[in-house]
Design a protein. Structure first.
Length: 126
């Protein structure tokens, strides 16, 4: 997943825990991220570098600001089905993050966080 930012976007530091949303694929009793297939555990935190090149972030922990926008995207791409679940997450206080969007031009609303740390809190019912 890639996220677009404006060329003058600066990294921010979370002054408190920030709620965000992701979805996972379920295989058996395990949860995997959909784009990179990373095994995750609920209750655990994960770290990543953030790679910014011009107005594109290709590496980092991407999440949605609003659950509704995540559901909208899941439906658009056929991921809103059995085998996929929504996860409430937090970007922990002190983490570095950017706010961006999923398309160019950036005239659409900013709906994605990209952070260096994320914690998977709980699976939520759709």
């Amino acid at each position: 997943m890639c996220t677009f930012i404006t060329k003058d976007s600066l990294p921010q530091v979370a002054t408190k825990d920030i709620e965000c949303w992701k979805f996972v694929e379920i295989l058996g009793d395990k949860y995997y991220t959909p784009y990179r297939g990373t095994l995750i555990k609920i209750g655990k935190s994960y770290n990543s570098s953030i790679h910014v090149e011009y107005d594109l972030i290709s590496i980092g922990l991407h999440s949605y600001i609003l659950k509704e926008k995540l559901v909208e995207r899941m439906k658009k791409f056929g991921w809103y089905k059995a085998g996929h679940k929504i996860v409430r997450c937090i970007i922990p206080k002190g983490s570095t993050y950017y706010v961006g969007g999923s398309h160019i031009p950036m005239n659409e609303e900013l709906n994605i966080y990209v952070s260096n740390t994320i914690k998977y809190i709980e699976i939520v019912n759709d």
